[in-house]
Design a protein around this ligand. Sequence first.
Ligand code: IPE
Ligand code: IPE
Ligand code: MG
Length: 228
Amino acid sequence: MSALPRHIAIVMDGNGRWAERHGKNRLQGHDAGMKAMKEIVKRSSTLGIEHLTVYAFSTENWKRPRSEVQGLMGLFRYYLKGKMESMHRRGARVRFAGHLEVFPEDIRDIVNEVMERTRDNAGIDVIFCVNYGGRQEIVDAVNRLLAQNTQGPVTEETLRGLMYAPDVPDPDLLIRTAGELRMSNFWLWGGAYSEYFFTDVYWPDFDRGELERAIDSYAGRERRYGTA
Ligand code: IPE
Ligand code: IPE
Ligand code: MG
């Protein structure tokens, strides 16, 4: 593979439809989705991907039935506690993007512990987007700017530096599963020049073969950034 993306970002969609197809409930679909995520982190790390951003819960997902939202919180809790140790051993640096202050205290504690514990790891950088909104990220940047009393003019660089993960290069490859051809408020600022890859595969079925298919597709593209 000639051109390996440095940063891959994924909208992990289709857990519900996967569950329906297999006669399971939605939560079982989300559980299968977590397992798929674990495998994709592992594989991305092996392939030498530097940054992996995954969209796990959007600012709009609160509109779902209470039982589903609570079930998802339970899964976050379980996987954060249980799987983070193995990510740490793998050398992964784990962090989070989104408004975490609304989450139950015990989840926030685990989140902080995981970030703290893996902060200096040199392996793959994994960014979990939970209660993340692309518009919210831009609004937050503007508010931080106002709080700094910065004198204008404001440049792209200024705003970029105030995004959730300013040290991370923009995603080279942005993947969405489950056949939806939209971004649903994901990584709006950073995705301006990302290469998009859409697949009909439901997230729980997204395996290393699919990941490699996406990377191959990326490798065959010419990125022009507006040049002739
Ligand atoms: C993605 O799967 C996971 C979250 C948004 C939390 P969905 O739950 O959206 O699955 P579908 O789109 O209903 O199949
Ligand atoms: C986007 O998926 C959010 C995540 C994958 C976390 P959704 O399933 O919520 O998006 P829509 O509703 O199809 O746009
Ligand atoms: Mg969906």
